[in-house]
Structure formats: structure tokens, C-alpha cells
Write a protein that binds this ligand. Structure first.
Ligand code: BGO
Length: 322
């Protein structure tokens, strides 16, 4: 039976999607050796049955949490037939950080762009074709909660699973790309699967990679002696994380289109109380009148023989200072 793995950030709607796809076939247990929940089930609406594995919710493939290690090991070592990467459309940029790492693994992949109902309700649309062109993998807009487009998602995942996909990186820095190329070749030479993924993780100083591929650490260390980033120095994990975020900001902001009404609404919300006060104070007419009134009051208080006060009657009265 083919195996499709669901991977995505916490709260991206993974559980909702898993439940919709597998229904009563779902089975809950633990991943071997750890107390991380494992859920699997069967999707029956394609030509053949497909096993669906719900990986733990994660933000990256670094080995800092048990969830990250479990999800990463499954995708790298168990070779699923397809990874369905669930991306929360209402938090596109943040969710794509994980996507840029998944893209580096040699595994067929499709993106389930979830919560599209929420986005559309907000008056925002996403150019799916542009997103697909930029990511190089199929993107299907879905609503896991409303069961929208789930059959199409599974059909696309099934088609994708028939062809191998070679990992690619979005990192553009030429010097780092050169190093990635050298280490990838070294990994290929020692017949390691997913050489690109391992090469980048090794450059990031990933503990698991350093432990598993000690023979290549010297190569990275030599390079690092000659490379220094102005902001992050020789912290390569930060340099690569920054490169990913920069790429996401530059390339994916433009795929979102906000309707005119929504844009105006957002402008109004942004204008908080102090903005409104600023608007009056800096107004061409009211601002000047207010300024004149304040000046008049100050001069009057400073130089007048008698001062205007609100008297008992509630109106201004002249009072002689004693
Ligand atoms: C609550 N559309 C909408 N509108 N909501 C969705 C969709 C979608 O396509 N997909 C998921 N959600 P999980 P992880 C909730 O639980 O599947 C909602 O962590 C609530 N709960 O219903 O749990 C989903 O497995 C009270 O929302 O995500 C869930 O990845 C008020 O997204 C949330 C409002 O989905 C997270 C929402 C008590």
C-alpha cells in the first residue's frame, strides 16, 4: 500500500485533514521508543488504498524537539511515497519556512493550502499558479474543515507519488551554494540518500548530522574559516535561517491579493486613537486654530491682569488675581 505523510506546523489543520481523509479507519498509538503520538489511517477513494501517516506538528526539521526528530526521521528514513505539506494560508510566510526545508528532501510532495475558507472570507486571495511556479510542486487550495477540494488534493498527491522528485534549495548565496555543492557531491560519493538535505543540515551545525557524518565536518570547518557574515558572523544556522526568511519575504508576499474593501478596513484598524489625535492636530485648518488657541491661552495666563475661570454659574468669569 502506498504511504502518504502529512507534515505541517502545529495548528495548520493537520488533525482536521487527517480525520477527514481517514474517518473511522484512524488508529492512534505512539512512535517507537518515544511518547509522541502516532496516528495512521487509510484513504479509500483512489484506485488503490493509501495509508495516511499524521506526523507530529513541527516548525522546522532541526533536531531540537522529539516531534522534529520523529517527523524528520520518518521522511528521510522511511521514504513515504508522498509528503502532503499542510500550509495554513492565513499564515503563509511563517508556514513556508518548513516548506523550504521539506523541498530539500528527495521526496514527491504536494502542498495542501489549508484554511482557504478563512482567507477568502477575509477578502484575500492567493495566486495558486504563481505559488506553484515558485515552489515547483503542486499546490491545492483546500478547507479541511469543510472538506473542500480534498479529493483533488489526494488525486494530485497520488499523481505526484508516481514520479521521483529531486530536492532543491532556495538558498541563493553563491559562496554557501558552492559549499553545499561540494558537500552534496561528497555525500553522493558515499551513497548517502538525500545528500542535499544532509549537506545543508551539516552546514547548519545540526547535532545529528555532525554525529552521523564526522568525516565531512572538517570540510565545513575549513570553509567557515574563510566566510564571515556581517550580521550573523559564523553562526551558520542563523545565516541559513535568514536566507530562507529573506527568500520567503521577497518571493511570496506578492502571491497574496487583498480586496479593496479589506485594504480600506485594515487601514482604518491601523489608525488607532493616537493616529486620530495626530490627524486633528496636524490638520491644515483645525490644527492651526488649535495651535492659536493654545498660544492665546498661554499668553493670557502669563500676562493678563485678570484671568478667565469657570465660575459657579458654569460660564467663564473674570477673576482678579490677588
Ligand atoms: C479549533 N478552515 C477553518 N475555518 N478552520 C480549520 C480548517 C479549515 O480549513 N482546518 C482546521 N481548522 P487542527 P493541527 C477551534 O479547534 O486540525 C481549525 O494542530 C476551536 N477548538 O477546527 O487541530 C480546526 O492538528 C475553537 O480549530 O490543527 C481547529 O495542525 C474555536 O483550525 C484549528 C475555533 O486545527 C486547528 C477553532 C476548541
Amino acid at each position: 500500500m502506498k504511504r502518504f505523510a502529512l507534515a505541517g506546523n502545529p495548528n495548520s489543520g493537520k488533525t482536521t485533514l487527517f480525520n477527514s481523509l481517514t474517518g473511522s479507519t484512524a488508529h492512534v498509538g505512539n512512535w517507537p521508543g518515544v511518547t509522541v503520538e502516532k496516528k495512521d489511517g487509510v484513504y479509500k477513494k483512489l484506485n488503490e488504498k493509501v495509508s495516511i501517516i499524521d506526523l507530529p506538528g513541527i516548525y522546522s526539521l532541526s533536531p531540537y524537539t522529539l516531534e522534529e526528530v520523529v517527523a524528520r526521521n520518518y521522511i528521510i528514513d522511511e521514504n513515504p511515497d508522498c509528503v502532503i505539506n499542510i500550509v495554513d494560508a492565513t499564515n503563509l510566510e511563517r508556514n513556508l519556512y518548513l516548506t523550504t526545508q521539506l523541498l530539500e528532501i528527495n521526496v514527491p510532495m504536494v502542498i495542501a493550502l489549508n484554511m482557504i475558507d478563512v482567507l477568502n472570507k477575509e477578502g484575500t486571495t492567493i495566486d495558486i499558479k504563481a505559488l506553484e511556479d515558485k515552489l515547483g510542486v503542486p499546490v491545492i487550495a483546500v478547507s479541511a474543515l469543510r472538506d473542500d477540494n480534498l479529493d483533488e488534493l489526494m488525486q494530485k498527491a497520488y499523481e505526484a507519488s508516481k514520479n521521483p522528485r529531486e530536492g532543491r534549495t532556495i538558498i541563493k548565496n553563491e559562496e554557501i551554494l558552492h559549499l553545499i555543492g561540494d558537500i552534496t557531491r561528497a555525500f553522493k560519493g558515499s551513497k548517502v540518500n538525500n545528500p542535499l538535505f544532509h549537506a545543508i543540515k551539516l552546514i547548519e551545525n545540526d547535532d545529528l548530522e555532525i554525529r552521523n557524518h564526522e568525516n565531512l565536518v572538517d570540510m565545513v570547518t575549513e570553509f567557515k574559516k574563510t566566510f564571515h557574515d556581517e550580521i550573523f558572523g559564523d553562526d551558520f544556522e542563523a545565516i541559513i535561517a535568514d536566507a530562507r526568511y529573506q527568500y520567503i519575504t521577497e518571493h511570496f508576499h506578492s502571491v497574496k491579493k487583498v480586496s479593496k474593501e479589506k485594504e480600506e478596513e485594515q487601514q482604518n484598524v491601523k489608525m488607532n486613537r493616537s493616529d486620530k489625535i495626530d490627524k486633528v492636530l496636524t490638520h491644515k485648518v483645525f490644527g492651526l486654530l488649535l495651535f492659536a488657541a493654545i498660544l492665546f491661552t498661554i499668553f493670557h495666563l502669563a500676562f493678563a491682569d485678570d484671568i478667565l475661570f469657570i465660575g459657579k454659574s458654569g460660564i467663564f468669569e473674570n477673576v482678579k488675581p490677588s
